[in-house]
Design a protein around this ligand. Structure first.
Ligand code: NAD
Ligand code: SER
Length: 319
């Protein structure tokens, strides 16, 4: 299987690249990103091309040259950055997706595109938000994610392109920091807990959101693309979740390991408004039934692992 990743140096891409290389072989995974100044070990571990995912001509040449069969299109702006640059967010999140869909159609590639909890809005049911429900997001990020889901469904129905995707919750990881999202606090809190024993959170303490630990997010990205297409009634995009919690809950679990840990709050109104418009928790029944989705980590086991990994990195001076 020959695979192309766009946005390969980001929070997800940098870890998905390693997982895909382990599964399918380094030479079969081609990475692209707008930048080439981070994650040098990943850049050096196999084919990497610096390019803008909106440059269809270059992407098309890469896909033909490497005989790409599957694309993971991860290049995008996250929610807080999108809210600061809404027109650029549309250009990157939607126009580059359309470019990639066209190439996938011409070259017969399957395509994974991540959607998000941000594809829901204030009029969606707040708790156990169903797979199929009202989607009227109020953030530009959400607007681009709903447009992306619809475009991917359209290319499947109209042209038979094998498009698949999941609505990722906030992703927590310890390799590459998140890049401008509303759920970033849930990653920062662990780094600060290990380094400084305290954290100032930009969301209110009682803000509940869905989250997932990176190993489960990677598992979902691989398993949905390997799933039997005959069983997929939904394609773009499946609700998935592993846990729902608020900053106060997370601080409590951290205190089980670091009793002196303190949290205080300095609310960012933009990110708080985005978070308020998103679900408290998702229902992920369709993913469980249609392709066997099941997460391995909950808040307790994720916290234990995050603190273990980051404590070791801190000891080595890596964070
Ligand atoms: P990230 O911001 O960490 O990484 C995105 C990468 O895309 C960056 O390396 C950036 O340089 C690259 N990029 C941006 N614009 C580009 C362009 N025009 N051309 C080429 N590369 C470009 O984001 P991430 O967290 O890895 O997210 C990847 C995807 O997953 C996005 O679609 C995002 O919406 C989705 N998602 C992420 C989360 C999360 O919590 N991380 C949750 C839900 C959905
Ligand atoms: N973690 C992402 C964000 O906050 C959700 O898609 O933007």
């Amino acid at each position: 299987m020959k695979i192309l990743l766009t946005g390969a140096l980001g929070q997800i891409g940098s870890e998905l690249a390693v997982k895909l290389r382990n599964l399918y072989g380094n030479d079969n995974i081609v990475l692209t990103d707008l930048r080439d100044d981070v994650n040098l070990d990943i850049i050096e571990g196999g084919p990497f091309i610096k390019t803008d995912s909106r440059d269809g001509k270059t992407l098309h040449e890469i896909i033909k040259k490497y005989r790409i069969e599957r694309i993971y299109h991860l290049a995008a702006l996250l929610s807080a950055t999108s809210e600061k640059n809404p027109q650029t967010a549309w250009d990157i999140n939607v126009n580059s997706l359309l470019t990639v869909l066209e190439i996938a159609r011409e070259e017969g590639c399957s395509l994974f595109t991540p959607s998000s909890i941000g594809a829901f809005g204030p009029s969606s049911p707040k708790d156990y938000t169903p797979q199929d429900t009202i989607q009227r997001p109020t953030s530009m990020y959400g607007v681009t994610k709903v447009a992306g889901e619809l475009l991917c469904d359209y290319y499947h129905h109209k042209y038979g392109v094998d498009t698949r995707g999941v609505r990722f919750p906030g992703i927590i990881s310890n390799a590459t920091p998140p890049g401008g999202g509303t759920t970033d606090y849930a990653v920062h809190i662990y780094y600060e807990a290990v380094k400084n024993r305290r954290y100032t959170c930009f969301l209110r303490g009682d803000t509940n959101l869905d989250m997932i630990y990176m190993p489960d997010a990677l598992k979902a990205a691989v398993e949905i693309m390997e799933a039997d297409p005959a069983k997929l009634r939904h394609r773009n995009a499946f609700n998935i979740t592993a846990m729902s919690f608020c900053p106060e809950d997370q601080a409590g679990y951290i205190r089980a390991h670091i009793p002196e840990f303190e949290i205080d709050y300095d609310i960012d109104p933009v990110r708080q408004a985005i978070a308020n418009s998103w679900p408290n928790s998702l229902e992920d029944y369709a993913a469980r039934v249609e392709w066997g989705w099941s997460p391995d980590y909950d808040l307790e086991s994720m916290t234990e692992d995050m603190l273990k990994v980051l404590t070791e990195k801190n000891r080595k001076g890596e964070i």
